[in-house]
Design a binder for this molecule. Structure first.
Ligand SMILES: O=c1ccn([C@@H]2O[C@H](COP(=O)(O)O)[C@@H](O)[C@H]2O)c(=O)[nH]1
Length: 303
């Protein structure tokens, strides 16, 4: 039976895209027409503003992306109403035929990870199709997610080599024998990924590999062939389209590239008057930026 990894590949073919747009709504950068007086400091009215903004983003990018990736932190700031905005956003994205990847970066002792897995990969109100997982606690921290993904036919992206500047402080630590910690985890993930290969050769086990580390990606791809890579770092963090080549397989598949700020706030480059732009102008700028990113990524995929 096919799983969400298969759907990612199939939707990517149908729409000719490997792009995922991150939904990291920051009220400070949301124009007045949408913010409608919501206060970035107190958060009053924030949930409505976030949901209104996300709807505009989703409508603008739906033809250019395989999935949206809500970043949980931006919703948790506002407590119950923020989580409510996340719930509504997930429903809206699905109504537009998009897959949902919760960027939650969870991971804990076994029973707590199992509860997180139920929350994000089950049938509950904030469950999506995919979730990011922090493996720092070890296998009893990440296995409940992998088992839940296998059961539900969903996908878990395990943090492997992250895009941030200090990711090497721990992830690159050399182990006895000389290999880096992230390579040891890559080898372990390949063993686990083999348990749930889908129609297109990819698994319920995915990996986060930063677009800012193409050399590391080359080595990881050689060891970890069965995992779809989630690739953040393109755009606002300085990762270029050209650097994305080693993340993809020979068919130009097997990776999805996420971009948040560069697309969400594209209208800010229209000038100082960005805060007074209309909803239509905002949607147009976001849609054009997403279309441009999709094509730039497609060029390195050989499409
Ligand atoms: O290694 C990682 C893992 C996750 N992220 C998340 O992706 C987005 C990136 O946002 P941009 O605006 O495109 O830089 C954000 O939600 C991060 O939490 C990451 O950047 N790197």
């Amino acid at each position: 039976m096919g799983h969400i990894g298969d759907r990612l590949i199939e939707e990517g073919r149908r729409k000719r895209t490997a792009l995922v747009v991150g939904l990291d709504p920051d009220l400070r950068y949301i124009p007045d027409a949408i913010r409608q007086g919501a206060d970035p400091e107190t958060g009053e009215g924030a949930a409505e503003a976030i949901y209104a903004f996300n709807r505009i983003v989703i409508d603008a990018v739906a033809d250019h992306v395989v999935a949206v990736k809500p970043q949980l932190a931006y919703y948790e700031i506002y407590g119950a109403s923020g989580i409510g905005a996340l719930e509504r956003t997930i429903r809206y994205a699905r109504s537009k035929g998009l897959l949902v990847l919760n960027d939650a970066k969870r991971g804990d002792i076994g029973p707590t990870s199992a509860a997180y897995a139920r929350a994000f990969l089950g049938d509950g109100p904030i469950a999506g199709d995919m979730v990011t997982v922090n493996p720092f606690l070890g296998s009893d921290g990440y296995m409940p997610f992998i088992e839940a993904a296998e059961t539900a036919g969903k996908v878990v992206f395990v943090l492997l080599k992250t895009s941030n500047p200090s990711s090497g402080e721990l992830q690159d630590v050399k182990l006895d024998g000389g290999g880096a910690l992230y390579m040891k985890l890559a080898e372990e993930l390949e063993r686990l990924a083999a348990r749930s290969l889908g129609t297109h050769g990819y698994s319920c086990v995915g990996a986060v590999v930063g677009g800012t580390y193409p050399e590391e990606a080359r080595a990881i791809r050689a060891a970890l062939k069965s995992a779809i890579f989630l690739v953040p770092g393109y755009g606002a963090q300085g990762g270029s389209a050209e650097a994305l080549r080693p993340f993809f397989d020979v068919r130009g598949e097997g990776a999805v590239v996420s971009s948040s700020r560069a697309i969400l706030y594209a209208y800010r480059s229209l000038g100082d008057h960005w805060s007074s732009l209309s909803e239509a102008e905002i949607g147009r700028a976001i849609g054009e930026e997403a279309a441009g990113a999709k094509e730039a990524i497609n060029a390195v995929r050989g499409l």
